[in-house]
Design a protein around this ligand. Structure first.
Ligand SMILES: [Zn+2]
Length: 125
């Protein structure tokens, strides 16, 4: 199956994030190990800049991917992955816990021995 644009963006996001962070960290490590103060500053500074760029690109690609997914959803198209914050909510109503009185039809808890409305005695259900 051909990869959808949003999936490609997700991959790009991960790539940008990991690649830039890794290079950034390596740069910082080299910076700390370097004897030359000027080189040290340059390496650490560019390392930090790379990590920040990684985060920024990550956020950008993530947002772009989310926007595409949302647009696809609005237009009723199929999209890959999930849109954050739209996870299907668990069925909140899982059927009424109670039962109805066989005599008057009032809703009562199945733990009740008598109908709270008409006083009908419940034997077994
Ligand atoms: Zn009743």
């Amino acid at each position: 199956m051909k990869k959808a644009v949003e999936s490609k963006l997700e991959t790009l996001k991960e790539f940008a994030y990991f690649f830039l962070s890794t290079v950034g960290i390596v740069s910082i490590i080299y910076g700390f190990m370097n004897e030359d103060t000027l080189l040290k500053i340059i390496l650490i500074a560019s390392g930090l800049a790379l990590i920040i760029q990684g985060i920024v690109y990550g956020i950008l690609f993530e947002s772009a991917s989310e926007i595409i997914k949302l647009l696809k959803k609005i237009n009723g198209l199929q999209y890959d992955g999930e849109i954050s914050g739209t996870e299907e909510k668990e069925e909140e109503v899982q059927g009424k816990d109670g039962i109805t009185c066989s005599k008057c039809g009032a809703e009562v808890k199945d733990s009740d021995m008598f109908c709270t409305n008409c006083g009908e005695k419940f034997t077994s259900f």
